[in-house]
Design a protein around this ligand. Structure first.
Ligand code: SF4
Ligand code: SF4
Length: 290
C-alpha cells in the first residue's frame, strides 16, 4: 500500500510538471509567433539522504547545499530528517525550432535561443513556483533552492565560480544525465535544455541512475573520440582540458549580450553553440553519431 501511494505521488508530481509545460500558456518564448519555449520534460527523483549530496561538498564545493540544508533554511521551525525529503528534478528540452536556428549560428545565439535563455528561464522559475504551490496545496512543505533568497553564485578556487545549489547536479543525482566535456548535462533528450528542481518533504522512490561515472554519456571521456563541441565555441573556451568558464562568461555576458540587444531588441544573453549541432545535442550519442 505504501509503495502504491509513493508511486501515485511520483506520477502526480510528474503530471504537475508535464501539464504545466504541455498546457500552460506560460510556456512561451514571448516572440510574435508565441512559440513554445520547451518540449515535454524529463522528471527524476533522488532521496534527500542520498550520499551523493554529501559527496558534492567534496567534488563541487563545501557550500553546495544538501537537500536537508536548504530545507532547514526554508523551514527553520520545522525540523526534518534527510531521509524524509525528496529532490524532484526536471529537464526542459529546447524545442526543435530553437535548436535548428542555433545550429546555423557560428558566433552569436539565434534569437529563439537567446529568448530561451531569458524568457525560457522565466518559464522555469514559474514552474518551480507552480510545483512548490501544488505540493503545499496537497499538504507537503517544499522549496525551490534556486529561488531561495540565500541562493548565491560564489567564487570557487577549483571551478572559477559555482553556486549553492546546482540544477544540473540535482538532475545527475536524480538519474537524468551525465556531464559532457563542455559541462552541459547530456540526457536522453540531449544537452540543449534547462533544468530545475524542488526539495520537498515527500517520500518518493528514487529514479535509478543508469551510470556510475559523471561523464558516462560523453564520447570524449568514454571512447576518446568526438570533441565536436570544441570547435563550436567561437571564443576558444572549450578544449580537451574542458570548459574555461571565465572565457565563456565573458562572451555570454558582454559581446553576446550586446548582440542580443542590438539585433533582437531585448536585454538578454546566451550562446549555447556548444549545445547545438553536436552529437549530444538531442540524445545520448553513440560512435555512429560522430
Ligand atoms: S560534443 Fe562530444 S565531446 Fe562534446 S560533450 Fe558532446 S559527446 Fe562530449
Ligand atoms: S556557451 Fe558558447 S562561449 Fe560558452 S563554452 Fe559554449 S560555445 Fe563557448
Amino acid at each position: 500500500m505504501a509503495s502504491q501511494q509513493t508511486s501515485n505521488l511520483a506520477s502526480w508530481i510528474e503530471s504537475v510538471i508535464r501539464n504545466f509545460i504541455e498546457k500552460s500558456s506560460e510556456n512561451t518564448l514571448q516572440n510574435k509567433a508565441n512559440d513554445r519555449a520547451f518540449d515535454t520534460p524529463l522528471v527524476g527523483f533522488s532521496r534527500g539522504d542520498d550520499p551523493i549530496y554529501l559527496q558534492y561538498k567534496e567534488c563541487v564545493e563545501a557550500y553546495h547545499w544538501t537537500p536537508l540544508e536548504i530545507f532547514s533554511l526554508a523551514f527553520p521551525g520545522h525540523p526534518a530528517k534527510a531521509e524524509d525529503l525528496t529532490v524532484i528534478s526536471w529537464v526542459l528540452p529546447q524545442m526543435e525550432a530553437t535548436k535548428a536556428d542555433n545550429r546555423k549560428e557560428t558566433m552569436f545565439p539565434a534569437e529563439r535561443w537567446a529568448r530561451g535563455r531569458i524568457f525560457g528561464e522565466i518559464v522555469n522559475e514559474k514552474l518551480r513556483r507552480h510545483v512548490v504551490e501544488a505540493l503545499e496545496a496537497a499538504g507537503y512543505k517544499a522549496v525551490a533552492p534556486a529561488l531561495s533568497p540565500q541562493w548565491a553564485r560564489k567564487d570557487s578556487e577549483r571551478y572559477t565560480f559555482s553556486s549553492t545549489w546546482s540544477e544540473r547536479h540535482a538532475a545527475y543525482a536524480s538519474g537524468l544525465g551525465t556531464f559532457g566535456l563542455c559541462d552541459g548535462l547530456i540526457t536522453s533528450r540531449g544537452k540543449a535544455h534547462r533544468a530545475g528542481s524542488v526539495v520537498a518533504a515527500v517520500k518518493i522512490p528514487p529514479t535509478p541512475r543508469p551510470y556510475n561515472d559523471h561523464h558516462a554519456y560523453c564520447l570524449f571521456f568514454t571512447q576518446g573520440i568526438c570533441g565536436k563541441c570544441i570547435p563550436r565555441c567561437p571564443v576558444g573556451a572549450l578544449s580537451e582540458s574542458g570548459h574555461d568558464k571565465l572565457k565563456c562568461r565573458q562572451h555570454i555576458l558582454s559581446t553576446a549580450a550586446e548582440y542580443t540587444k542590438s539585433h533582437y531588441g531585448f536585454d538578454g544573453y546566451g550562446c549555447g553553440l556548444c549545445q547545438t549541432n553536436v552529437p549530444c545535442e538531442s540524445k545520448i550519442p553513440t560512435k555512429k553519431d560522430v
